[in-house]
Every structure is written in C-alpha cells, then in structure tokens.
Design a protein around this ligand. Structure first.
Ligand SMILES: Cc1ncc(COP(=O)(O)O)c(C=O)c1O
Length: 360
C-alpha cells in the first residue's frame, strides 16, 4: 500500500507506486544471462495466480495491441467472430480486417455488454476459428459476462476464445483456466499498476495446436515463438528489462494483498464511485448490470462540460480520463484501478465537486 496520495486516475496507464518506480533504477543486465532468467522465473508464479492458470504465462515486449494482433495472426485461418461493444473491441475487429481475415462481429451498443444469446445465435449460423471478447471495455466502462460468453462458445463451437483482459486483469475476477480461455492477454499498465511496455498472456494447448497448424504466423506475431523462448526462461527479443523489474515489485504487492481481496477492493471502489455519482447527478454511461470494477464512465449533470472538467482538474494536478472516441464530448472516465484506495477516490470526488461548482 502506498503512502503517497494518488491524483492520477486515468483508466490506464495507471498510477505506479514509488517502490515499483525505484525497482527500475538498478544497473543494466543482459536478457540472456542468469540474472534475467531468475527475474523471468520469479514472475511466473505471481502471474499464474493473477491470471488463475496453471499454464505458462508468456511475456511480450510492446503494448497489448501487439498480442491482440498476434493472437489472430497465429491462430485464425478461416473466419473470426469479434464481440464488439466499444472502441477496444472494435480495434480487434479492425486488426483482423487489416489482415484480410473473414471477420464478423456480434455487437452491443456502446454502454451495453454482449448478450450471450446473441453470441449463441451467431455461432449457430457460421463456423469460426476463434471468438474475441474484450473483458472490460475501457472506452465505456462495461464489464462483459466473460464466464457466460466463454461457456456459450464452448457449447456451440470449437472456436478458440481469445480474450483482451487489459483493463480488468488484477481488478476484475478472471479465471483463465476455469473459464476455458485460450488466450488471455493484458498489458502491465492498468490494474496491475506497473508501467506500460510488457504484455502477459496465456496460450492454451488447443491454441498451440491451432497455431502449429497454421503455416505463416509472422515473426514478432508468432505466439509459438514465445513458447519456445519461455522454455529457456527468456523472451523472443530484447525486453524492457526495467519494466519487468517494476512488474516484479508490483506482483509482490499483489501477492501480499491476495488476488481475491484485490477484486473485492476494486468492487468497493466502484460502489464508492456509484454512491458519489448518484448523490451528485452524474449518470453512468454503462448499464448498472455491466458496471466495470476498474473504470467508471460518467455523464456529468447539466452545466458541467466533461472536457472543461478534465482540463480544470488537470490544471490542479489531478488527472482523470476524458471520454473516448465518439463519447469524448459527453463523458469522462475515472480509472479506479491498481493501487487506488478509498481515501484517494474520496479526495478526487471533493476536487471534482469543487471544480463542478466553478463550472456549473
Ligand atoms: C481494453 C483495452 N484493450 C486494448 C488496449 C490497448 O492497449 P495498448 O495501448 O497497450 O496496446 C487498451 C488500452 O487502453 C484497453 O483498455
């Protein structure tokens, strides 16, 4: 737990505690030597516990989008179905289309979650190699019912389940093995509260077999290449070593808290935000049944212009997220993720109240 008051509430990258920042300042080491192998090995157990998998957790250098792209490039030969309900899910669809893949979508309006029955109907109509799901849609603050969606995919098809859990991992319950996820991927920069630059991901046995059957998987995008290097406790290319040291430090913090306690704390932060928003007339842009534990996307009361609110908070040294894409003019977003505590949020709400009075 941090002693510094957090004033940084972007829905990622999130606030990085001082200890993790300091962990990045050690002397340089090589990425093929014993010290790196020890670091790599040390990350495994905590990452497996965060992702709830007994399988390997692989590490890619880059941003999460790299592994979104790699997952489809490595495993999809025929058609792929994307569950879309916001900007990041739409990005995955755009990635597949950019590769000329036969990519369809099952969509829900922005602010709503994917309906498992709609997904079921789509799977009955056509055969897919893979289905992609965005667990926590950061642009709208929607948490999709991933366990149910994954169960539907398994019941209706042989498709792989590829999951972007970027802004949920470490904050929202995720069960990679129990829910049968074939790829679950997340950058370090959201609810894990480490700096951006590395992506942790799982790759099921089924996904490995599908990838092995695909002839051209690219080079940086070849997920099987990551498995090969993982077996030697290494990454496929030069990794951002300081960031891995920061992640190592942050994973110790997460281990001390315990993943289930961390999920509960995030739910509490969500409830605290809901209570304040309800009292002040801020409306959630997402339906109550699909509320994200890590991101609140809000429409302010009349007279409070979201971009002006975000700008005035920034002038006072407090950072919240603006609305995303087409929702930019009407919403703003609070990232209550990572190491944020109730006291930090309470102080943020007092700041917002004060700014809203000057704007309203
Ligand atoms: C849900 C979700 N998916 C994917 C991404 C893309 O991550 P990156 O910027 O690390 O590529 C983000 C980033 O905010 C995200 O929130």
């Amino acid at each position: 737990m941090t002693s510094e008051r957090i004033r940084f509430f972007l829905p990622g990258p999130s606030y990085v505690p001082a200890a993790a920042r300091e962990a990045m300042t050690g002397p340089a080491i090589g990425h093929r030597g014993a010290e790196f192998k020890a670091l790599y090995g040390r990350l495994q157990g905590p990452l497996q516990r965060v992702m709830r998998t007994a399988g390997d957790v692989l590490l890619a250098s880059g941003s999460a989008t790299l592994v979104m792209e790699s997952a489809v490039v490595s495993t999809v030969r025929g058609a792929v179905l994307h569950c879309t309900c916001g900007a990041f899910a739409e990005r995955w669809l755009a990635i597949s289309r950019s590769h000329g893949l036969d990519a369809d979508e099952v969509s829900a309006p922005w602010g709503e979650a994917i309906d498992p029955d709609v997904l079921r109907a789509a799977l009955k109509r056509k055969t897919y190699d893979a289905v992609t799901v965005t667990h926590n849609e950061t642009s709208t603050g929607v948490l999709n019912p991933l366990a149910e969606l994954a169960a539907v995919v398994r019941e209706e098809s042989d498709a792989l389940i590829l999951v972007d859990c970027v802004s949920g991992l470490g904050g929202a319950r995720l069960e990679a093995d129990a829910w049968g996820l074939d790829v679950a991927l997340a950058g370090a920069q959201k609810a894990l509260a480490a700096p951006p630059g590395v992506v942790a991901f799982t790759l099921s046995q089924r996904a490995r077999e599908r990838a092995a059957a695909k002839e051209h998987r690219g080079f940086y995008t070849d997920l099987l290449r990551y498995v090969m290097y993982h077996e030697r406790q290494g990454t496929i290319t030069t990794p951002p070593i300081p960031i891995l040291f920061a992640l190592d430090r942050q994973l110790q913090v997460i281990e001390e808290e315990g993943i289930e306690a961390r999920w509960r704390r995030h739910l509490e932060l969500r409830r605290q935000t809901e209570a304040w928003a309800g009292e002040r007339g801020y409306a959630y842009a997402s339906g109550p049944e699909c509320g994200s534990p890590t991101v609140s996307c809000l429409r302010p009361p009349p007279g409070v212009d979201p971009p002006a609110l975000v700008a005035e908070l920034a002038r006072r040294g407090v950072t919240v997220g603006g609305g995303y894409g087409r929702w930019k003019p009407e919403t703003f977003r609070i990232g209550h993720m990572g190491e944020v505590r109730a006291g930090d949020l309470g102080a943020l709400f007092a700041d917002i109240d004060e700014v809203a009075r000057t704007l309203g």
